[in-house]
Design a protein around this ligand. Structure first.
Ligand SMILES: [Mg+2]
Length: 381
């Protein structure tokens, strides 16, 4: 038995210099936040996971350190289902899933899977029954391709394509007319082979979607992500009839219980759980299986640090219905800074591969974590 000796969360922040502060629908990104979760067994095995910052990294870390740690200490680190169920029953079952608690558990669960891999010397994709295969990456996570002048956007896309990207996700939500103009400029400049995806970060009204969606279809946009808040089921149901452009969501949907109603309503055709938010590796695999029964692909939302990014690639490589990998572009010092190896690299075809080291496959630099303590306050202003 691999008894859990300690569970610790470390919230970290890195300020973003003014010239690299991208503007999105959700605000201007002034810092990058993340939470590292470290689980240590009595035998000295160490696993690392990422819990999403949840816009409040100090608070989410406190949930791990004050509550989840006490619940799981002494349990067998390999018993991921039992640990998940224990935290679920103690926290969410009677008091709701409240994003903070599920995010906190997600980071712990990811660290437990890192330990499972290290215990047997296998990379995560192998533990999950997957294979090392190429996975198409798209650029657009992490505040890249934001609002701004069209010429600057075209330069950014050009630079990404020079690095082998064949798919990009444009931030929209400035208003449907302005959004369509920017997408059209990219389509005109780079042709039909470029895969163009869009993300409104919940910035649309139903009327905005009614105006924009036929235009998105004409411009052959691969999906419209989060036009509305995820819990606005009725808006998704209505908008799903506006054009053939698929609606996508999932980065703000927690556990299989919240994904199920969207699947049943058939209101979205692409699901995007984030391993570091939706309930960890354990729960993301369940969500993927549920979606597979409805022929819905999983394109995981990409996290902030290499841990969540690497975990997402492992999951895609292991499920029947895996889609694209959302990379983290823009200025993100947490993507590679806290590690001694890189979480992903694009090959000549614009694809990534899961890491081969045991567990998540990343070597964490604890000095980086110590040197970047959390900065309180919102990261998007
Ligand atoms: Mg998004």
């Amino acid at each position: 038995m691999m008894k859990i000796a300690s569970v610790q969360a470390f919230p970290v922040s890195v300020p973003i210099p003014k010239e690299h502060q991208n503007q999105l629908r959700i605000g201007t990104m002034t810092k990058r936040d993340a939470i590292f979760v470290k689980v240590t067994t009595e035998d000295g095995l160490v696993g690392w996971g990422e819990a999403h910052h949840g816009r409040n990294p100090g608070a989410v870390a406190t949930i791990v350190n004050t509550t989840i740690a006490a619940l799981v200490k002494g349990m067998d680190a390999s018993n991921v289902n039992g640990i998940w169920r224990k935290v679920y029953q103690a926290q969410f079952a009677s008091h709701g899933m409240g994003a903070g608690s599920v995010i906190a558990l997600s980071g712990v669960d990811m660290a437990l899977w890192d330990i499972r891999g290290k215990a047997v010397g296998w990379p995560l994709y192998k533990l999950l029954g997957g294979e090392r295969k190429p996975i198409l990456a798209y650029a657009g996570g992490g505040g890249s391709l934001g609002f701004g002048e069209t010429e600057a956007l075209l330069d950014e896309v050009r630079e990404l394509m020079a690095r082998n990207y064949r798919a990009v996700k444009l931030r929209i939500g400035q208003g449907p007319k302005a959004d369509l103009d920017r997408i059209e400029a990219v389509r005109d400049a780079f042709g039909d082979d470029l895969i163009i995806l869009t993300d409104a970060n919940t910035g649309y009204s139903l009327e905005d979607a009614r105006y924009a969606m036929p235009g998105l279809e004409d411009l052959d946009v691969g999906w419209l992500e989060e036009p509305f808040p995820s819990h606005d089921y009725r808006a998704y149901e209505v908008a799903s009839t506006f054009s053939s452009t698929p609606l996508a969501l999932g980065e703000n949907v927690y556990t299989r219980y919240e994904f199920a109603p969207h699947i049943e309503r058939n209101d979205v055709r692409i699901l995007q759980p984030d391993v570091g938010k939706s309930g960890g590796v354990t729960e993301t695999m369940r969500i993927a299986a549920l979606a597979a029964a409805y022929n819905i692909p999983i394109h995981p939302h990409g996290g902030v640090t290499g841990l969540d990014l690497a975990a997402g690639i492992h999951v895609i490589a292991s499920i029947d219905n895996g889609g694209y990998f959302e990379s983290s572009e823009g200025m993100n010092p947490l993507r590679e800074g806290p590690f001694k190896n890189v979480p992903y690299a694009l090959d000549a075809d614009g694809c990534v591969h899961p890491l081969e080291g045991p567990g998540l496959g990343l070597d964490v630099d604890e000095d980086f974590i110590k040197a970047h303590p959390v900065i309180d306050g919102p990261g998007f202003v």
